[in-house]
Write a new protein. Structure first.
Length: 200
């Protein structure tokens, strides 16, 4: 049975939002916590690494979730930089087997449920060598789970322009999993994006 670890890249400066979107209220809790919770409560996920900036880390206490926090205060950092920091932290904490899974879920995708995460993990466990990508109405989004055997590619120059290079270079490994929740493809980047979120 492979072990699955989650990384949440959440170090963005929220320039288009005008305030730290990781702290925006989502049905009574900060957005970042709304992303962490379903991951930390999924029985298949052994642990969660959150990569965020110092402002968010000092404002939001993630200790009760059990998540590890890695800081990324580089103002020009891209999502792939946070993913790599998360991977490096996992390698520091664990002796990763090639069949272990690395689950990526950005910190601005609230609305995923523990069951959504569970289904993605189950799909990966059936293969352990393929890349599981959640879809909604056929459109790809997150979570994405890739085997630890592909970490060298993620850390290489070939992935410098973004994690999307991973499935683009390994199309034969892709397994698409259709989920019913719109959160799979939803990104919260602007005030209209936030205002359009459904309320509980």
């Amino acid at each position: 049975m492979p072990t699955l670890h989650a990384i949440i890249p959440a170090a963005g400066r929220s320039s288009r939002m005008g305030s730290p979107k990781q702290l925006l209220d989502i049905n009574g809790r900060p957005m970042l916590l709304a992303v962490v919770d379903p991951l930390s409560t999924c029985p298949h996920v052994a642990g969660v690494v959150v990569v965020t900036n110092s402002l968010v880390a000092s404002t939001l206490d993630l200790t009760p979730t059990g998540a590890s926090v890695v800081l990324n205060d580089e103002p020009d950092a891209q999502m792939i930089d946070s993913v790599r920091l998360g991977v490096a932290e996992l390698q520091r904490q664990h002796d990763l087997a090639h069949s272990d899974g690395i689950l990526i879920c950005p910190g601005d995708q609230p609305g995923l449920t523990t069951d959504d995460i569970f289904r993605c993990c189950q799909a990966f466990i059936k293969t352990t060598t393929q890349i599981v990508i959640a879809t909604h109405h056929g459109k790809t989004g997150h979570p994405m789970i890739f085997p630890a055997s592909l970490i060298p590619f993620v850390m290489s120059d070939a992935c410098d322009t973004g994690l999307r290079q991973l499935p683009q270079h390994h199309t034969e490994l892709i397994v698409r999993l259709e989920l019913t929740t719109p959160a799979v493809t939803r990104n919260i980047n602007t005030p209209p994006d936030y205002d359009s979120l459904p309320t509980a």
